[in-house]
Design a protein around this ligand. Structure first.
Ligand code: SF4
Length: 429
């Protein structure tokens, strides 16, 4: 009997990447193998992202091509999963009737029933209150680093964001399930875990909050590095900062999305902090963990953002001296309230502001990287290339090393060259 093949294309964030690992885990347990050629596949899956219009357009153009594969081979099953599936729902099937199934992020476990052909419904979008209690098989591609979900959904309702409408309300996974999963990963040789959640800081399982969870993970033998994304600044507590400082395995890096330097815009975004409150936390992080690297997200051209508001973002970047940023133009999304705000900013102004932000941040990133020149860093080797290996510092900087080190090795490296987006190093004998 022919082995069935799955083609999967993932868009968007780490949460989606990890969901795809679970979808593949389920399918491999049913005997499927992965193919990178959609024309050969028995199942084609798009795991979609709705966060920005661009990501959605990219997925729609990919999906358009699939129609022709389906005409040639009507047996191919086409599944659209992820946040865009959740938002667009049956509209997507109306527009593209060749889609067989639409499944939202809370329903990825239904893939099993789809391949067993024991499901009548084609549209699976209902909130699954128990997704955080399921132990789904996971096909992890990386052998050194692993993602681990700790909390699903989000209760924050930032006015530009669709996540609370696509991934539902916050549900924390039981701590014992998380700890078991990480122990198992360490037995399999994983060295680094990244804890995932829309807002990891609001994790809670009874008495166990996020700092306590981190302290327990810190005790797991074999795991050498702990990272987490994403932290909402309003929930970053002093206790968490002290836990980061006092737990040797927690890496000296935090991604702390600022979004805007203007308090007026932060209020319109419903972010629940002012820039000064945000900056106080940055200062507290740097006081406690002097070599921490801090990265952020910035949105330019949010409705009603004037030149003066934008200038405040520029000043915030100068003052904060981030190690890196992800900057985007505001993108109106269905269901997100800010899409209907008055004072939408024109595309030309958004593009100009984005260019200015990126140019400034490039200078800051390059300057921050220069500080690493001639320092000794611990590197975890993550990838092999033709020229050698690539690893990361604890502060999440990419380091290229001309060497044939093994994947998963932790080595001390002297930084010999610095660039804007990476460093080069030599192994210390
Ligand atoms: S915290 Fe805000 S931006 Fe982040 S997922 Fe929740 S609503 Fe979206």
């Amino acid at each position: 009997m022919k082995v069935r093949e799955v083609y999967i294309k993932t868009f968007g964030c780490q949460m989606n990447e990890h969901d795809s690992e679970k979808i593949l885990g389920i399918l491999f347990s049913k005997g499927f193998i992965e193919t990178d050629d959609p024309k050969k596949a028995d199942i084609i899956i798009f795991n979609t992202c709705a966060i920005r219009e661009k990501a959605e357009q990219k997925f729609l153009s990919n999906l358009g091509k699939v129609k022709f594969y389906k005409i040639k081979n009507p047996k191919i099953k086409v599944i659209v999963a992820g946040c865009s599936a959740q938002i667009q729902g049956k509209n997507l099937i109306h527009k593209m009737p060749f889609i067989d199934y639409i499944i939202g992020p809370d329903n990825i476990d239904k893939i099993e029933k789809i391949v067993e052909e024991s499901l009548d419904k084609r549209i699976l979008l209902e909130e699954n209150a128990n997704i955080h209690l399921l132990s789904l098989p996971i096909l992890r591609k990386d052998r050194v680093k692993a993602w681990v979900n700790i909390i699903y959904g989000c209760n924050n309702f930032c006015t530009y964001c669709v996540v609370p409408y696509t991934r539902g309300k916050e549900r924390s996974r039981p701590a014992n399930m998380i700890l078991e999963e990480i122990k198992h990963l360490s037995e399999k040789g994983y060295k680094e875990v990244t804890l995932l959640g829309q807002n990891v800081n609001s994790y809670r399982d009874g008495e166990i909050d996020f700092p306590i969870l981190l302290q327990r993970i810190n005790l797991i033998q074999g795991i050498e590095r702990i990272r987490f994304v994403t932290s909402h600044p309003k929930d970053l507590s002093e206790n968490l900062i002290k836990t980061m400082r006092d737990s040797p395995k927690i890496c000296e890096h935090i991604h702390l999305p600022l979004q805007s330097g203007s308090d007026k815009i932060l209020k319109l975004m419903n972010r629940k902090y002012t820039f000064n409150e945000y900056f106080d936390k940055v200062s507290l992080l740097r006081e406690n963990i002097p070599n921490i690297s801090i990265t952020t997200d910035i949105i330019v051209g949010f409705p009603q953002e004037t030149d003066e508001d934008f200038e405040k973002t520029i000043n915030a970047l100068k003052k904060s001296q981030f190690d890196g940023i992800f900057a985007f133009k505001f993108s109106p999304r269905p269901k997100a309230p800010a899409s209907n705000y008055r004072g939408q900013v024109d595309e030309y102004t958004k593009s100009e502001r984005l260019t200015e932000v990126l140019r400034l941040q490039d200078e800051i990133t390059e300057k921050n990287n220069k500080i690493y020149q001639d320092t000794v860093q611990e590197i975890l080797v993550e990838e092999r290339t033709e020229e050698g290996v690539i690893g990361r510092t604890r502060s999440n900087k990419i380091v290229k090393i001309k060497s044939n080190l093994e994947l998963g090795q932790l080595v001390k490296v002297k930084i010999s060259k610095t660039y804007r987006h990476s460093l080069e190093g030599e192994i210390l004998q």
